[in-house]
Design a binder for this molecule. Structure first.
Ligand code: GLY
Ligand code: MN
Ligand code: MN
Length: 498
């Protein structure tokens, strides 16, 4: 009995044989839990084909991961490992403890087999008594037939996984995504070592697969681009709901919490939820880059930096930042900082085109930031723009923008995290890549090097762009960006239905 079960014993009720017999009777025949093939299925199949070609003759194991305890006997809502989601097409909530295995075939290629916990029969204890998996407690799960129809791969019961994963382990390379499911990793490591694998080389063997799967997500297919469009559309709904409620957020007090809730409500309604914890940072909080505590008030005259994104059911997330004048009008100092960040972002967006490198986006944006800091006289005496941009001896400007300008975006907000520097930072941009462009300037309230008028002002502007054949498309262009357009946007949204 697990610790959690022991703790729940004091709340257990008697289960009689009579109840057991009664509870399994008189249910209508089960209906399928899926309505047909998933639109993601053919794209997931192409991705698996690419993986199959890269690792011929090897068994490749990609777990979804298990439920994670939040506290005591309550779990977080389940979120599958990103590689699993990408290769199966399964999205939000699906499928705890499942494992995708690409099993090499004698004739070449691989068979995709999804081992998972299918719906239990109604005469099982699980049906009514299992609080973690039982239908009475968490709802019906798909059957094997459901999953095969939905995803176009072979479905098997998870109980068959351990034997299948270790089969012929002595005579074939087995690679595993290690960070999805620690228990599974431990037992598969033991099985591999028992069959002659070198313990020291397991991590290296597995890392090659994890790296491949992360890099595979770098150029998005058309399904993924559509998912990103949907994520951005939902994000716009959330931003406009926040704008409409800004006066309420000020009046109520604890306004950052209110904004987090309003955005979260719409994220949940238009998509699956937020793709990362929203940053709802008013006033000086905007100068804390990942301010996710969101515990502050929002005051008239302040800026609100809202960095938030809707994640859709297939888990693709937007990542957008707008810095909004709470009362609808930028002060002169706020506008001065805002315009500098806007100019930097514009330069960054213009650098997003095939032939340029990923690192060129930051180079373009940070130069504009450095130029403004220089013009404001904030760099050390005698330090030119070129001096500060010198990566060996300069970098003084980083005091006011310490972060990079861009990252890849997709199923993870910081997507493709295991790609190498050559594949990421130093790589040429290609059509289908989805990136953020997000410069900022951050003048902390206690920054004595900052002009007094700027202290307590933090601005970031972040958009999501897809690289096209000759440049890029700004997916989040529907959310105004210039200072004038932001003010007009606030007026327009707050004027609706008045
Ligand atoms: N929201 C986190 C980021 O912009 O990277
Ligand atoms: Mn962001
Ligand atoms: Mn970002």
């Amino acid at each position: 009995m697990s610790e959690e079960q022991k703790q729940a014993e004091n709340r257990a009720r008697p289960t009689t044989d009579e109840f057991r017999a009664f509870v399994k009777e008189d249910w209508a025949p089960r209906r399928p839990t899926v309505s047909g093939p998933s639109p993601a299925a053919p794209y997931a199949a192409s991705r698996r084909a690419a993986v199959s070609a890269a690792f011929p003759g090897e068994r490749l194991i990609v777990p979804a991961g298990g439920l994670k305890v939040r506290s005591n006997d309550t779990d977080y809502v389940f979120r599958p490992h990103s590689a699993f989601a990408h290769l199966t097409g399964l999205g939000a909530d699906r499928e705890p403890d499942a494992v995708l295995v690409l099993e090499p075939l004698a004739e070449g290629g691989h068979e995709a087999v999804l081992y998972f916990r299918p719906l239990a029969d109604r005469d099982s204890d699980e049906f009514f008594a299992d609080t973690r998996y039982g239908e009475f407690w968490v709802g019906a799960r798909p059957s094997i037939e459901d999953v095969e129809l939905e995803l176009g791969l072979t479905g098997r019961h998870i109980d068959e996984f351990a034997a299948a994963a270790a089969k012929d382990a002595g005579s074939m390379v087995i690679r595993l995504v290690r960070d999805a499911d620690r228990d599974l990793t431990r037992s598969l490591d033991a099985a591999r070592v028992e069959n002659g694998a070198q313990e020291e080389s397991l991590a290296e063997t597995d890392d090659a697969l994890a790296h491949h799967l992360s890099h595979l997500r770098m150029v998005k297919d058309e399904f993924e681009i559509e998912q990103m469009r949907a994520a951005v559309a939902g994000t716009k709904v959330g931003f406009e709901a926040v704008i409409a409620d800004l006066p309420e957020a000020v009046a109520k007090g604890r306004g950052e919490r209110w904004v987090e809730g309003v955005f979260g409500l719409h994220a949940r309604h238009t998509g699956n939820g937020v793709g990362y914890d929203s940053i709802c940072a008013s006033g000086d909080h905007a100068n804390t880059l990942h301010w996710i505590k969101n515990t502050g008030d929002i005051k008239d005259g302040d800026l609100l930096l809202l960095d938030a994104g809707v994640e859709v059911e297939h888990l693709y997330t937007a990542d957008v930042t707008r810095t909004l004048p709470v009362n609808g009008t930028f002060s002169d100092a706020q506008r001065e900082v805002y315009d500098a960040v806007y100019a930097a972002q514009q330069a960054g967006i213009e650098a997003v085109k095939p032939g340029n490198k990923f690192s060129d986006i930051h180079a373009a944006a940070i130069r504009v930031i450095a130029e403004h800091l220089h013009a404001w006289g904030l760099l050390p005496e005698g330090v030119s723009v070129e001096d500060t941009l010198d990566t060996e001896h300069g970098q003084f400007h980083r005091r006011w923008m310490v972060h990079g300008t861009s990252h890849h975006l997709g199923i993870d907000v910081h997507d493709c995290a295991l790609a190498t520097r050559a594949e990421y930072m130093d790589a040429e941009l290609e059509p289908g890549m989805v990136l953020t462009v997000e410069p900022g300037l951050y003048f902390k309230a206690d920054d004595l090097k900052a002009p007094e008028r700027f202290r307590g002002i933090g601005v970031r502007i972040e958009d999501d762009v897809v690289v096209t054949a000759d440049g890029c498309e700004n997916l989040s262009a529907g959310m105004p960006r210039t200072a004038d357009d932001v003010e007009a946007w606030i007026r327009e949204v707050q004027g609706r239905n008045v």
